[in-house]
Design a protein around this ligand. Structure first.
Ligand SMILES: N=c1c2ncn([C@@H]3O[C@H](COP(=O)(O)OP(=O)(O)OP(=O)(O)O)[C@@H](O)[C@H]3O)c2ncn1[C@@H]1O[C@H](COP(=O)(O)O)[C@@H](O)[C@H]1O
Length: 105
C-alpha cells in the first residue's frame, strides 16, 4: 500500500473509533460540514504559503490539505479509490480538449 492508501484506510477505520482515542474520530464525529470547513481552512493556509513562496510551509500545509481532504471524503463515504478512478478516467484527456468539448453555458 502507498502512504496515501494507508492514510485513507486509517481515516476510514476512524469512522467507527472512539473519539476520545483519535483526533480523526473526533473530527468525523463533528459531522461532514465541520470536516468540509476544516478542509477549507487548511486549503487557505496552503494558498498563503504558496503565495508567500514559503516552500517548507507549503509542504507542511499540503500534507494537512491531503489529510483533511481524505477526512472530508470519508465523512461523505467517498473513498480514495473513487477519486483515483475519476482521475484514471481523465488520464490522457487534455484539460484544453475537455474544456473545448463542454456544451455552451
Ligand atoms: N495526517 C494527520 C494529520 N495532519 C494534521 N492532523 C491534526 O489535525 C489537527 C488540526 O490541526 P490544526 O493545527 O488546524 O488544529 P487545531 O490546533 O485544532 O486548530 P484550530 O481548530 O484551533 O483551528 C491537529 O490536531 C493535527 O495534529 C493530523 N492528524 C492525524 N493525521 C494522520 O491520521 C492518523 C490517525 O490519527 P488519529 O485519528 O489522531 O489517531 C495519524 O496516524 C496520521 O497519519
Amino acid at each position: 500500500m502507498t502512504t496515501l492508501e494507508t492514510l485513507a484506510a486509517t481515516i476510514m477505520a476512524r469512522k467507527s473509533a472512539d473519539p476520545d482515542s483519535s483526533w480523526t474520530a473526533q473530527l468525523l464525529a463533528k459531522g461532514p460540514e465541520k470536516c468540509a470547513e476544516k478542509f477549507g481552512e487548511e486549503a487557505i493556509e496552503a494558498i498563503i504559503a504558496a503565495a508567500q513562496n514559503d516552500r517548507d510551509a507549503l509542504t507542511r500545509e499540503a500534507a494537512d490539505v491531503v489529510y483533511h481532504l481524505l477526512v472530508m471524503l470519508a465523512a461523505r463515504d467517498v473513498t480514495l479509490a473513487d477519486v483515483l478512478e475519476e482521475l484514471q478516467r481523465r488520464d490522457g484527456t487534455s484539460g484544453l480538449a475537455e474544456k473545448a468539448a463542454r456544451p455552451p453555458a
